[in-house]
Unconditional design. Structure first.
Length: 276
């Protein structure tokens, strides 16, 4: 059996037959990288759209939110590690095929549901399910949203773009050093944002971590680049709270958060504070 190089994200994991990638959600089967978490759902909830967060996409509505397991980054402050750092054997899941998800979404219309959001873990490492489920939801005249770290290939993005109406993408900072600490790749994320913004509604989230990405210079550079993609892209500047392996830091100072948001406002039309 031949090795497989997974093409889905920047890691390009080289996998032997049967081997699982870093993300815990893809495996080499017969020389191809295949999704391990297809239609395996660990979380299902009907959430306010603003919780994604999406502030300028059908505000006041609800959206059926689903997640699986696995992630291709390794943020030390992850608040969803119970699913993002899990595999199919370490977390409870249930099967929810695309058509069943679409049926459930439609049943929830009377409660204000507008469609489906793929979230909680990193949904794009299992882009095949996002694509197929979003297509089924779209077929019922409903909307789709994806909450993602954006650290995946443009080929994976192209697979889902015809069916996705909105993205919230984490722009976790604006230095290669910080992204390396989080197990990510800034250039991949920037390319993902720029391409998604051409064809869908995009909002961005930056979690401000004390001592990590909290300088005025970084926020000025970040917001300037976002403006070069689109000045109307909403940026959520959110407050850090100690989580996972980063319990030694205090929550982000609210005055600092407001100051950084003010800097972002110099370049962008819509900047929103989160977790305050």
């Amino acid at each position: 059996m031949s090795d497989a190089v997974c093409p889905v994200c920047f890691r390009h994991c080289r996998l032997k037959e049967g081997q699982i990638g870093f993300c815990r959600a893809r495996r080499n089967e017969g020389g191809k990288s295949v999704s391990v978490n297809y239609a395996k759902v660990t979380s299902v909830a009907l959430d306010p759209i603003e919780k994604k967060p999406l502030a300028r996409f059908h505000p006041g509505s609800m959206i059926l939110s689903v997640g699986s397991f696995g992630c291709n980054m390794d943020c030390p402050f992850c608040q969803n590690e119970s699913c993002s750092r899990a595999d199919e054997h370490s977390v409870e899941w249930r099967a929810l095929p695309p058509d069943e998800l679409a049926e459930l979404a439609e049943k929830l219309r009377p409660r204000g549901n507008i469609g489906a959001a793929f979230t909680y873990n990193e949904p794009m490492i299992g882009f095949e399910y996002v694509r197929d489920a979003a297509r089924a939801v779209r077929g019922r005249g409903m909307k789709n949203a994806v909450v993602t770290n954006g650290a995946v290939s443009l080929d994976a993005l192209d697979e889902v773009l015809p069916y996705v109406d909105a993205f919230n993408i984490d722009l976790k900072g604006f230095t290669d050093k910080w992204y390396r600490e989080l197990g990510g790749d800034l250039s991949t994320v920037k390319a993902f944002i720029a391409e998604a913004a051409k064809r869908a509604h995009v909002e961005l989230t930056t979690l401000v971590v004390p001592g990590g990405n909290d300088s005025e210079e970084e926020m000025r550079a970040l917001s300037s680049w976002v403006a070069s993609v689109g000045k109307s892209i909403p940026l959520h500047v959110t407050r850090f709270f100690p989580r996972r392996n980063m319990l030694d830091r205090a929550p982000t100072d609210v005055n600092l958060l407001r100051r950084l948001a003010g800097i972002a406002c110099e370049n962008l039309e819509t900047v929103l504070l989160g977790n305050v």
